[in-house]
Design a protein around this ligand. Structure first.
Ligand code: CAA
Length: 386
């Protein structure tokens, strides 16, 4: 009998401001329905200049950790595709900001939007071997595309922090996964670029093909039948991508499409936008917060990262899971955000570039208590909490 392992705690942190997609539609003379109906999005979160994947990650993790967790954590895994350094792991800054003990490993994981799922697998294998240990797994990203490109409407930002343990109280990782890897140039970001290169149409086709292949592999490895799940969660570059993929998979597996098993997972993403590595786990938060009937039931998780890797797997939700959710904090963060004007958004979109200016200080852009990037001095990032 193997030790049950999985998600013991989970919470997200998002920036305190957003852009309404109607503003983008007005700027470009686009019908807002293209965004609201065509891609299924309403708003996207916009990171402040004193926010990056480290501050988002530390702020999310601070919501879930107590002193006992900090004493048990011996591994920090930070998944991101918008990292702030080519060598040093963002996980090290987060480890320091949270005051974790030094006899701990810390590493950054990369494979586009997929890598948090690799982190979940690594973390579960680790706590199965050492059931008294815990792993802090954080998915943190700021999704940015060039202005006035088709991707611009699908930006966003968020971090989801998870405490991975044996005997978890929220969700057990159940059985084998189905996987699919193929070398495809659908979305990538060479080292010299701060925004990705993307072939949007190819990326949507590749996403559906990879999801279908990973799901077929999952079933071939003896996974639960496609119809056995109470909820389906997908990586969410934009909501319509999940609806289309789920409808295709339902068709392939001969079951009727039931929106009630998909849409609870889409609510947060509609107002936050793409959060790359975090988005599948944001969908999980959305479903767990929206539904109260998932105890004992299985959720299907479809993870996708361009380039590409897909993984299809099952989480078994634990009885009493609702007592351990952070739904009130999630709601408060969404309700307390400020709408940006177009000019404010375009100012924030231009991220400070420290390459030609080794010393920059960052005034606080909002009043939300959180971790902040205070300054970059001689190319070294200084963080604090305010
Ligand atoms: N009313 C209602 N619907 C409308 C409309 C209107 N007035 N105008 C257009 N639409 C519909 C279109 O018919 C289309 O629907 P279908 O796909 O069902 O045909 C939808 O709105 C989008 O319209 P377009 O296809 O014309 O949109 P676009 O080409 O301008 O942009 C996109 C779409 C290429 C996906 C673009 O958003 C993009 O490049 N995004 C970034 C890449 C991305 O997110 N890819 C997803 C898969 S890759 C991945 O998942 C990894 C990741 O996170 C990036």
């Amino acid at each position: 009998m193997t030790t049950p392992t999985g998600i013991d705690k989970i919470a997200f942190h998002i920036p305190a401001q957003y852009l309404n997609l109607a503003e983008l539609a007005r700027r470009d003379g686009t019908d807002p329905d293209k965004y609201h109906t065509g891609i299924g999005q309403t708003r996207f979160a916009v990171a402040a200049h004193d926010e990056d994947v480290v501050t988002l990650a530390a702020s999310a993790a601070a919501l879930i950790l107590d002193d006992a967790d900090k004493a048990a954590i011996d591994t920090v895994l930070l998944a991101t595709e918008s990292g702030i350094d080519q060598a040093k792991a963002a996980a090290i800054y987060v480890h320091q900001l949270l005051g974790l003990k030094p006899n701990c490993r810390a590493v950054e994981l990369k494979q586009a939007c997929y890598s948090a799922t690799a982190g979940l697998q690594l973390a579960c294998a680790h706590v199965a071997r050492y059931p008294e240990k815990k792993v802090l797994l954080i998915a943190s990203d700021i999704a940015r595309y060039d202005l006035q490109t088709p991707g611009e409407a699908t930006q966003g930002a968020a971090a989801v922090a998870m405490l991975i343990s044996a005997q978890p109280r929220i969700a057990v990782l159940e059985g084998d996964s189905g996987c699919h890897t193929a070398d495809v140039m659908d979305f990538w970001r060479p080292n010299h670029r701060s925004t990705p290169l993307v072939d949007g149409k190819l990326s949507t086709r590749t996403y559906i093909e990879a999801a279908s292949a990973a799901c077929a592999d999952y079933l071939a490895r003896g996974g639960l039948p496609f119809a056995a799940f109470a909820q389906y969660c997908y990586h969410l570059p934009f909501n319509k991508m999940a609806s289309k993929t789920h409808q295709r998979l339902c068709q392939q597996h001969g079951i009727a499409f039931d929106p009630a098993k998909l849409e609870p997972g889409l609510a947060y993403s509609r107002d936050i936008g793409n959060s790359y590595t975090a988005s599948l786990y944001l969908s999980l938060c959305s479903a767990l917060d929206a539904r109260d009937d998932l105890g004992g039931k299985a959720i299907a998780m479809m993870s996708y990262g361009s380039g590409c890797v897909a993984e299809y797997f099952a989480l078994r939700i634990q009885p009493g899971y609702r007592n351990h959710l952070h739904s009130a904090s999630h709601r408060a963060q969404l309700d307390n955000r400020r709408a940006l004007t177009l000019a404010e958004y375009q100012h924030l979109w231009q991220r400070p570039d420290s390459s030609g200016h080794p010393d920059i200080t960052f005034p606080a852009d909002d009043n939300a208590p959180r971790y902040r990037l205070l300054a970059i001095e001689k190319h070294e990032r200084r963080y604090g909490y305010a």
